[in-house]
Design a protein around this ligand. Structure first.
Ligand code: BES
Ligand code: ZN
Ligand code: ZN
Length: 451
């Protein structure tokens, strides 16, 4: 086996001092040792001798993200001495950078470079984080034709089976019978006993006496807006509206794969928000699982409805930590953009701890407030609460306040409103579906509950 090609991190000073005999080559290549740039160096017999990589001021997860796609398809090794933490981050970012969505490609993709991971990396963590991220990306990238509620439920079941978790699925009218009226109300436009019919997935894993962590994910497999139909531009990306479900499944997989000592529960309402004669109408009033009534001001505010019933069920067991993830509002994207997850939390200490975990994992979250004075914007004249606010502003906050009504005062409760999609490629994060906040959440759960 030929030896791996060494990859050296270099500063501009080192480029000048240590590679003087390559000065012309380096100049021709325009490489000066700046971060986010690299240069291939040839040997005397014109083979690839080594790769110089501009050394960043601090290594992070994304340092090698681009190289993992762009280097020639050879075998490489990191020549520098790195701490275990640095090496783990670099190798995770390398792996995440090699993701490609190939399900519908009938032509072979070009070969990718390989990297020998240093001995000190946390290989278990890299494998679990990468497999989970790939799962989240694949689930989101798969169009609704193939990632309908039945398929999403089947994917959840597959994850559960892999780790011997219990998994139950309630579908169609059984949802109404089991008192999930709002999951049924959003999903019923799709009729019964077909792949698009609504479902609730319920996964349980771990020792019953361990601290209880419950995850809830918005699984709207396609969001047309319902009768309040979205515009063409607004609908285009809506296969990603099950991103919350994908992210909690990915997080659950990480927790199970790395065997965190928690009692895990995952609830995924999987529905399509479709248009049909049996669709819920604007001005309809739905009963909720909680027993309160909800006026439907806009059928496009469907995520909060299906989450509300799932959160009511989750809260009934008073978990030690309740987390929901959802592509809930366009307003959260206006507030923090597509590349930051918006975080709402009713416990300041947990919120700060999660943000700190996000910083350490290069997985950023930004906190928005559960601003109490906005609660009355959800008041309804005909029902107990309205599913939309009467004000055009603060939509991410009023959506979070709506969810809060169904958490029975459960604390700590974390709500993440995120994009689940990279609108542009960045190192390690190709354009398309993605987890956002998943590694931060994992780190928080590990920090809080051990393992
Ligand atoms: N799935 C959308 C929110 C969304 C849109 C997330 C674009 C990410 C990008 C959600 O179901 C929705 O349509 N929300 C409405 C709520 C409104 C009708 C109160 C929104 O944000 O416009
Ligand atoms: Zn919607
Ligand atoms: Zn939606």
């Amino acid at each position: 086996m030929p030896p791996s090609i060494p990859l050296y991190f270099v500063t501009p000073k080192q480029v000048n001092n240590d590679y003087a005999n390559y000065a012309v080559w380096l100049e021709m290549s325009g490489f000066t040792g700046q971060p986010d740039s690299y240069c291939l160096l040839p040997s005397a017999d014109a083979e690839l001798a080594c790769v110089l990589v501009g050394k960043p001021s601090t290594f992070n997860t994304w340092t090698l993200g681009d190289l993992a796609q762009s280097l020639p398809a050879q075998k490489y090794a990191l020549a520098d001495d790195l701490s275990a933490d640095e090496a783990t981050k670099l190798c995770l970012g390398w792996t995440l950078g090699q993701y490609r969505f190939t399900r519908y490609k009938r032509t072979d993709a070009n070969a990718l470079p390989e990297l020998d991971f240093p001995d000190n990396v946390d290989q278990h963590y890299i494998t679990a984080a990468a497999e989970s991220t790939y799962l989240v990306r694949d689930l989101i990238n798969t169009p609704a034709l193939d990632m309908h509620p039945e398929a999403l439920a089947a994917e959840a079941q597959k994850v559960a089976e892999r780790f011997n978790a219990k998994c139950s699925i309630t579908a169609s009218e059984a949802l109404a019978d089991a008192n999930y009226p709002m999951i049924y109300g959003v999903g019923r436009a799709n009729g019964h006993d077909n792949a698009q019919a609504p479902r609730l997935v319920d996964i349980r894993w771990g020792k019953p006496n361990a601290p209880k962590v419950t995850l809830v994910g918005k699984g709207v497999c396609f969001d047309t807006g319902g009768l309040n139909m979205k515009s063409s531009a607004g609908m285009k990306l809506m296969k990603k509206d099950m991103g919350g479900a994908a992210q909690v499944l990915g997080l659950a997989q990480m927790i199970m794969q790395l065997n965190l000592p928690v009692h895990l529960r995952v609830l995924i309402p999987a529905v399509e928000n479709s248009i049909s004669a049996s669709a819920t109408r604007p001005s309809d009033v739905l009963m909720s699982r909680q027993g309160t009534t909800v006026e439907i001001g806009n059928t496009d505010a469907e995520g909060r409805l299906v989450l509300a019933d799932a959160l009511t069920e989750a809260s009934s067991e008073q978990p030690d930590l309740l987390i929901d993830c959802a592509t809930l509002t366009g307003a959260a994207r206006v507030a923090v953009g597509a590349e930051l997850a918006a975080l709402f939390c009713n416990d300041d200490e947990i919120a700060e701890a999660l943000i700190a975990c996000g910083e350490r994992q290069d997985d950023p979250l930004w906190r928005l407030p559960l601003h109490e004075p906005y609660r009355n914007m959800l008041d309804s004249r005909v029902a107990d609460i309205h599913n939309i606010s009467n004000a055009p502003y603060g939509g991410a906050i009023t959506a979070a306040l709506f969810l809060r009504e169904f958490t029975a005062g459960q604390s700590p409760w974390i709500h993440i409103d995120f994009m689940a999609f990279n609108m542009r490629s960045r190192p390690g994060r190709p354009e398309g579906g993605d987890a956002m906040g998943m590694r931060a959440l994992f780190a928080l759960i590990k920090e809080r509950f051990g393992g």
